[in-house]
Design a protein around this ligand. Structure first.
Ligand SMILES: C[S@@+](CC[C@H](N)C(=O)[O-])C[C@H]1O[C@@H](n2cnc3c(N)ncnc32)[C@H](O)[C@@H]1O
Length: 429
């Protein structure tokens, strides 16, 4: 996986962005046309959340709704399940503990990407004899859903547990169930609002048509800041969300200077409430890039956390070739905790990815894989050994994903997985 970049902020090298081929450029032009029409219909200004919704999820055209490779070396970025099989194994072992404590239950995975986490988790459940009654995958992208189905069908390990329970794909949230809902790097792909500080107030940073004629029939977009004065849809919600955030920052002694930008996910509370509604008892387990609020919205991050990814190049321009690049913003874990509590859940655990994986025994698993084979076992080749060790390093190292990615458990009538015992960061929320 060397050279492949994770979705966290990394190099800002928009200048070396590879040019798309003719077909990809035409695809992007079609999506830009759809976005331009939405922008015109909205009176010339579109919230960034609406832009991001279309850029990522416009049916048949958005980045996640269309067909190009996104994950891995041939794609745009890598995520933890693609970096190392031990990620899914450790998470599944922790989920196993929760399901046992519940006396058995289901797993629902949101945004399963390529399906690699599901394949690894199902293999681990099989190996452990986990009391799992079903594994559901909820994917908003039809393209990714078919990739998941192909991968799970071709998976070496049959994608069923010992009692042959096949995974099933859902179009919407299921009826209430007992068990675990798991989501890796899904919240940072939800549409976000963006703000900029002007004269001590938060202005909405939305999208307008760029001045000058469109080139090659390609509509061009640019940032447009305006005060949230009630003239546009969503202004009232933006004002309320920003008032709460600025109050929290003031209480912590943080003042955002003129020109400072930031983001938040306006759908988060409603989304978490809808997830809490389908959980009779058990856990919502989220893994994502992010920070507590007072560290995320901070003068040290004056340009916010918005990042775009294409072919392992990371940069900050979401208007470049819409539909051909991923767009993400870090998660405000204070907001996630607040959303959980408002939905009747308990914040049962909050730690770094490194803390969670180390607490879940990833080192012992790695050591066991790297140990000399016992009689009858096939030896792992040198390349495979090096890749395994390097993958785990990328998951754990502070300069890679170890600290930037956090894990949060929101619980209903259920204890926290044991992996949270190593490092408890809840007081920082
Ligand atoms: C960055 S990918 C992460 C994929 C995978 N979890 C992984 O770790 O490789 C984000 C995923 O979230 C999905 N997604 C976005 N919004 C969603 C929603 N509201 N519900 C479920 N999945 C969603 C996307 O389609 C995509 O599969």
């Amino acid at each position: 996986m060397s050279g492949a970049s994770p979705r966290g902020p990394s190099v800002a090298d928009r200048g070396t962005w590879p040019s798309p081929g003719a077909e990809a450029a035409a695809h992007s032009r079609r999506l830009a046309g759809v976005i331009g029409s939405a922008l015109d219909a909205a009176g010339g200004w579109l919230s960034f959340a609406d832009y991001m919704q279309l850029a990522l999820y416009a049916p048949g055209l958005g980045y996640y709704a269309a067909g190009a490779d996104k994950f891995g070396e041939a794609g745009d970025f890598v995520t933890a399940p693609e970096i190392s099989p031990l990620f899914a194994e450790v998470c599944a072992a922790q989920i196993d503990g929760v399901l046992r404590a519940l006396g058995g239950g289901e797993v629902l995975e949101l945004g399963p990407g390529t399906g690699r986490f599901a394949a690894g988790a199902l293999a681990e459940f099989r190996a452990r004899g986990t009391p799992i009654t079903g594994y559901s995958l909820l994917e908003v992208s039809p393209d990714l859903r078919s990739r998941q189905q192909a991968l799970l069908a071709a998976s070496d390990e049959p994608p069923v547990d010992a009692r042959r329970i096949p995974p099933r794909w859902l179009d919407s949230l299921p009826a209430p169930f007992r068990g675990v809902l798991f989501a890796n790097e899904v919240i940072d792909a939800l549409p976000c609002e963006r703000f900029v500080m002007r004269g001590g107030a938060a202005w909405r940073l939305g999208v307008g048509r760029a001045a000058g004629a469109a080139r090659d029939d390609m509509p061009r977009f640019e940032w447009r800041a305006r005060p949230a004065d009630g003239a546009c849809t969503g202004d009232a919600g933006f004002v309320a969300a920003m008032a709460q955030r600025l109050d929290d920052l003031a209480a912590a002694g943080v003042t955002l200077p003129e020109g400072c930008c930031g983001e938040f996910h306006p759908q988060l509370a409603a989304w978490v409430a809808s997830l809490a509604d389908v959980l009779e008892a058990g856990l919502l387990l989220f893994v994502d890039y992010g920070l507590p609020r007072t560290q995320l919205l901070h003068p040290d991050r004056a340009m916010g956390s918005l990042r775009c990814h294409h072919r392992h190049h990371a940069h900050g321009d979401p208007f470049l070739w819409p539909g051909l690049q991923d767009i993400t913003a870090w998660v405000d874990f204070t907001a996630l905790a607040e959303a959980g509590v408002a939905a009747g859940l308990e914040v049962a655990g909050f730690t770094t990815q490194a803390g969670f994986l180390l607490g879940g025994g990833i080192e012992a698993r790695l050591a066991a894989r790297l140990a000399p084979p016992t009689a009858g076992e096939a030896a792992l080749g040198e390349v495979a050994r090096a890749q395994l060790a390097q993958g785990v390093r990328r998951l754990l190292l502070p300069g890679e994903m170890g600290e930037a990615v956090k894990v949060m458990a929101l619980a209903k009538d259920c204890g926290a997985p044991t992996a949270f015992a190593l490092q408890d960061l809840r007081r920082g929320l």
